[in-house]
Design a protein around this ligand. Structure first.
Ligand code: AMP
Length: 192
């Protein structure tokens, strides 16, 4: 099964992807995690990613498409994968389609985890207050989040109607508890 988890930053895509990995043995492909690994390694890509992520902006499409294209060619992806954080722009969505078509792979579901902006801002403020500075992500603060939300609304949400028109977009209310969200995603997937 090939699934995209879409939703604003902080909606719980990563958390839900991990539940799917545990319950369904799928592989999580998180472009954010890949970029954070590049930052930690100190590579050239990592240096670029560090500045972009701290500013709450997006990395260039060509770089992200190349990263995902190489990753989905790896053997652990043969039984399916969950894309978490990709695609984030129309260009990325189009490139993904092309990649899947070339490999003869279907895109089964695009699951949108929706949470309104005010709730996300409240959540981040609580998280910042409760998390020691050393354990916080560099982009995990209210100011960067506001920018990331603008980027999400401007660049990522325009992808949704395209998946909707193909009948593969499923919407889940991300304001529920983690377990409730997981259950709903589980229902969607088992119906597929
Ligand atoms: P995430 O962990 O998915 O929230 O991603 C953290 C940051 O990594 C984002 O705010 C972007 O700066 C960058 N990033 C992750 N995925 C992508 C992508 N598909 N396209 C462009 N930038 C990305």
């Amino acid at each position: 099964m090939h699934i995209i988890l879409l939703g604003p930053p902080g909606a719980g895509k990563g958390t839900q992807a991990k539940v799917l990995v545990n319950n369904h043995g799928m592989v999580q492909l998180s472009t954010g995690d890949m970029l954070r690994a590049a930052v930690a390694s100190g590579s050239q890509l990592g240096q670029q990613a560090k500045d972009v992520m701290e500013a709450g902006k997006l990395m260039p499409d060509e770089i992200m498409v190349e990263i995902i294209s190489a990753r989905i060619a790896e053997p652990d992806c043969v039984n399916g994968f969950i894309l978490d954080g990709f695609p984030r722009t129309t260009a990325q969505a189009e490139a993904l389609d092309k990649m899947l078509k070339e490999k003869g792979l279907p895109l089964d579901f695009v699951i949108e985890i929706s949470v309104n902006d005010a709730v996300l801002i409240d959540r981040i403020k609580t998280r910042v207050a409760e998390t020691p500075e050393a354990e916080r992500r560099d982009d995990d603060n209210a100011e960067t989040l506001r920018h990331r939300l603008d980027v999400y609304h401007e660049q990522t949400t325009p992808i949704l109607p395209y998946y909707q028109s193909r009948g593969i977009l499923k919407k889940v209310d991300g304001m529920q508890s983690i377990d409730e969200v997981s259950n709903q995603i589980g229902v969607i997937i088992s119906a597929g």
